[in-house]
Design a protein around this ligand. Sequence first.
Ligand SMILES: Nc1ncnc2c1ncn2[C@@H]1O[C@H](COP(=O)(O)OP(=O)(O)OP(=O)(O)O)[C@@H](O)[C@H]1O
Ligand SMILES: [Mg+2]
Length: 418
Amino acid sequence: MTYCAIDFGTSNSAVAVPDGAALRLAPVEGAYTTLPTAVFFNTDENSRDYGRAALEAYIDGFDGRLMRSMKSILGSPLAENSTDLGDGSAIKYTDVIAIFVEHLKRSAEASAGASISRAVLGRPVFFVDDDPRADQLAQQQLEAAARSVGLKEIHFQYEPIAAAFDYESHLTQEGLVLVADIGGGTSDFSLVRVGPERVKRVERKDDVLAHHGVHVAGTDFDRRVELVTILRELGYQTLDPEGREIPNRIYFDLATWHLINTVYAPKRVSELVLMRHLFTQTRHHDRLMRVVDRRLGHALAAHAEEAKIGVAAGGETIIDLELVEEDLRLAFDEAQLIKAGHDETLRIVQAARDTVQAAGVAPRDVGAIYFTGGSTGLAFLSGALSAAFPDARPVFGDRLASVATGLGIHARRIFGQA
Ligand SMILES: Nc1ncnc2c1ncn2[C@@H]1O[C@H](COP(=O)(O)OP(=O)(O)OP(=O)(O)O)[C@@H](O)[C@H]1O
Ligand SMILES: [Mg+2]
């Protein structure tokens, strides 16, 4: 019997297992040690795929249902609802989460060669902003999902604090680090006192000077990108013959991963057909109907994310919308991304400032900023955070593995060496 540490992320997940006195990440999809948080329920072949294979099966056009970003649903009333799989059967969102957690647990067991009933699970600082009851519910729902697949002893740790433990394991000097974990769904910050002398302690409450987070991160940048590029070509923010903006709900739903499927409901589709007279450019309506009829919503959202990553470190890219209309291509560059994500960037930087202020620490006393999470690949965003703490040394961790590794360090402190 052994234990594991699970980083169940909005976009990507990973699991760490003990390896003698050390730790390692378990392979979770082939040789990969992280995988996209996605499940595809293939109703053609009555099978299930996880991670990259789920995204591929969906793109290959198998009949079925793709579930992604399931973590975003935790804490909302939707989480206990059932969703249709397209073949007449239905499944609760929390059961989809349980199925995914079970995949991680089984991967950990296969890697460790032992069964697992104890686990540390990461959690964001807030699953839900400004709503402590919903936030508590979210953790309960995740815990219930983990229990339902055989995890009996479960401890939670905040994801950015875990990242601080990972950072600390490479340190030779004591200091104050601001961890910035900018993922897909949340941007989380912790101000932590770290140092080689502190590594062995189980109780670290006093070393965590403050932690704080906001529900603004990578997928919000994707949504902005999709709205100002792709969806404008489908009529977003255009005016009807009376000079009023076209109702924008359809566009916001299309740009939000877990709402995309709602757009395909027969009632929504017939409403859209009836909206044609509102479009002064009928080609916008033609494109919109094509997207809905061919269920291209997830593909468009993926194009927006690709465009964002394409310019993340500076530069420019082309968004190819061939699947919507022949020869429809849009140029996209970092300046457009910065403009589209202006408000999101400000909110994330403000959350970092608020974290340090809540600790009663002056910005100049932050010794280092430790960047982790996929969205710290956005050069302008890490730049904006560094600029807010000019005296802090920027340190870039493993974007996708720091949290899982740090959760593993915490698990070893709690459960011991095996
Ligand atoms: N090179 C890159 N540059 C910028 N963004 C990137 C890059 N690679 C991945 N991303 C973005 O990082 C996000 C995923 O990051 P990560 O895997 O850390 O999130 P997560 O842990 O799943 O989410 P959370 O911690 O919020 O639950 C996605 O929004 C993705 O588009
Ligand atoms: Mg994360």
